[in-house]
Design a protein around this ligand. Structure first.
Ligand code: DON
Length: 320
């Protein structure tokens, strides 16, 4: 519990001034925490500045709270999986994604090949790499180029601004993503992919290299918290049912094999990325977006997790 008292979770956030004060407190409380490692299996991520720390919250009315480096850009990485899943749910519906992608935790790391083998080639859930590649393959579009454009535009609607590819991150990962190519080939061998596997990995790698800020993550998450309506632009991005389905999949598997511990400690659907971002969503209230590149061994931002825990307790965001 990190010594933070749990505020009872009510239907609302505390008053603005109190949220402001608690975001700043969380920021200062973890600013000097330098635990963890930079990801280096994608070579360019090892060049990130480990001191960066941005903490943002957007509520469902569109109020934005910020502390630290909330405008610093980083690649969205695995957090894209949550929002691409939402776009695919919107397109093909609840039952089809349940059958073709699944929603159960693998209990294994995000890039596990064994998880696919153990489950008869089923990708298991949209938040691990196998399931995310299978999800990207289901995006509307006649070609990989059209699918990529639909993803970029869709994620931009969640963020409320045009998101762009970080070409350096994309090229760095494309030179080091043999494992994802192998996972895609494995899915193909089980008849689980109907697209060209290498083209789909290319689209997936692009989606992971979209450049975002902590503030963008908070707004993207707040769109899910508000039942699919972006609170900054007022645009409906996905249906309320899809927002709900996406949050359920995040609760089950958003923090990989740590998802149970995460729910026990923090109690919110959330998604992490290996560049150091986390989005944590409190349905009906808003979302936290955090960026800090030093990671724990499961690939989750160390400061990000602690800051989410502090805010979940002190603001009463916890679902339970
Ligand atoms: O496919 C990969 O390995 C990366 N593009 C994304 C992995 C990731 O973010 C895992 N997160 N914690």
């Amino acid at each position: 519990s990190d010594g933070v008292e749990q505020r009872a979770s009510t239907g609302n956030l505390p008053f603005d001034s109190e949220v402001d004060a608690l975001i700043l407190k969380a920021y200062h409380r973890y600013l000097d925490l330098n635990d963890g490692q930079l990801a280096d299996y994608i070579p360019i991520l090892a060049q990130a500045d480990p001191a960066l720390f941005g903490l943002a919250l957007t509520d469902i009315a569109g109020t934005q709270y910020r502390a630290g480096d909330t405008g610093a850009s980083f690649s969205i990485q695995s957090i894209s999986k949550a929002f691409v899943f939402a776009l695919v749910c919107e397109e093909i519906g609840h039952s089809a994604v349940h059958d073709r992608v699944g929603v159960n935790n693998t209990g294994l790391p995000f890039n596990s090949v064994m998880a696919v083998e153990l489950n008869d080639g089923h990708p298991m859930n949209p938040m691990v790499n196998a399931g995310a590649i299978a999800t990207t393959a289901l995006m509307p579009g006649a070609t990989d180029v059209e699918q990529w454009e639909a993803i970029r535009l869709g994620l931009s609607r969640f963020a409320g601004r045009p998101l762009e590819l970080d070409g350096d991150v994309y090229r760095s990962e494309m030179a080091a993503n043999q494992r994802n190519k192998a996972i895609a080939r494995l899915l193909e061998s089980y008849g689980r992919l109907t697209t060209d596997p290498l083209e789909t990995v290319d689209v997936y790698t692009r989606q992971c290299a979209l450049s975002v800020t902590a503030n963008d993550l908070a707004t993207m998450g707040a769109t899910l918290a508000g039942g699919g309506v972006n609170p900054i632009t007022g645009e409906r991005v996905v249906s309320a049912e899809v927002a709900r389905d996406t949050l359920a999949a995040l609760a089950a598997a958003g923090m990989y094999e740590r998802s149970g511990e995460w729910l026990f400690e923090i109690g919110l659907p959330a998604k992490s990325g290996v560049s150091g971002g986390i989005v944590a969503v409190s349905p009906g209230k808003g979302a936290i977006g955090v960026y800090s590149p030093l990671l724990d061994p499961a690939g989750n931002s160390v400061r990000g997790q602690r800051a989410c825990g502090y805010l979940s307790r002190s603001l009463g965001l916890n679902l339970f």
